[in-house]
Design a binder for this molecule. Sequence first.
Ligand code: NAP
Length: 333
Amino acid sequence: MKAYLIDRYAKGGTLKLGEIAQPELRDNDVLVEIHAAGVNVLDSKIRDGEFKLILPYRLPLVLGNDVAGVVVRVGAKVRQFKTGDEVYARPAQDRIGTFAEYIAMDEADVALKPMNLTMEQAASIPLVALTAWQALVERANVQKGQKVLIHAGSGGVGTIAIQLAKHLGAHVATTTSTANVDLVRNLGADVVIDYKTEDFETVLHDYDVVLNGLGKETLEKSLGVLKRGGKLISISGPPDLDFARQAGSGWLLQQVMRLLSFGIRNKSKHRGIRYSFLFMRANGEQLEKITRLIETGRLRPVMDRIFPFDKTNEALAHVETGRAKGKVVIAVK
Ligand SMILES: NC(=O)c1ccc[n+]([C@@H]2O[C@H](COP(=O)([O-])OP(=O)(O)OC[C@H]3O[C@@H](n4cnc5c(N)ncnc54)[C@H](OP(=O)(O)O)[C@@H]3O)[C@@H](O)[C@H]2O)c1
């Protein structure tokens, strides 16, 4: 099968188109013919080698963390899916590889594709929607009436997180640039901070939750927005000890991550705020709940651009500009 892969880590490197064997099917796996693959910032971070200590992949490695397609074979123990099912998924982090014609995934990581979405729209959803779900539902337990700030509301995570927070009944603020103010308002944001003209930390106060996908400066300023008892959840780092333990990191790496997040944890503690780093994980059950929200019109995908398979490198470069409005997707089939 055709696949876009890397044979070494290189910052800004190019993915190579290669011909490789179809993935082997384990008993609990479904083999999916890939119709579309979502592109994520994570793909370029993996290519750059930023995750090599946490996710020790064997090279060559096929990149790609989001998929929509059709089940073409099932393993002996598969119970939930059959050949012909249209599905979508974020594959488990140690079994990525959606910039390809086929992928094998554990059925526990897969869900039926929302019936009202195209393959390309569906492929835009899993990683960012699971991230939003795991941040807002699982970790923050957002309740009706709570105040939630979502940074970078026009990005892949932001466009879904705004809608999910509204669905949970929160009062939602978001940051974006002038060009995207209407987009985030249409997604339901109650307060829109145009970072070109306003400083969010002077406008917003007494928030319950902040979801941060931006840099250190934004992370630290976010402390001023939260009330005592509030939660600061960062998906862009720095990683903390809980994450290192979950990731099964050794003692040394655990200490490194503890040190990396020492500053923000300490500042948070002084203000009575709980800082945590979140690294999303595959989860077919949560994705099923997301399917329901999409089919009932509570969540909708926001698509920036669809690239053909032979423009996979261009698709990745487009995401790397940091200016995408919603999601970038590759049409594979
Ligand atoms: N830990 C995890 O599990 C996890 C999961 C998913 C993503 N992430 C990380 O989260 C971050 C965001 O991911 P993403 O997929 O949402 O990225 P993305 O789609 O590439 O984000 C692009 C958006 O960010 C906005 N943006 C850039 N600078 C901004 C600023 N200073 N203030 C407000 N908005 C700004 C841009 O809007 P403008 O053009 O208007 O500036 C653009 O629409 C990345 O670092 C990614 O690696 C982590």
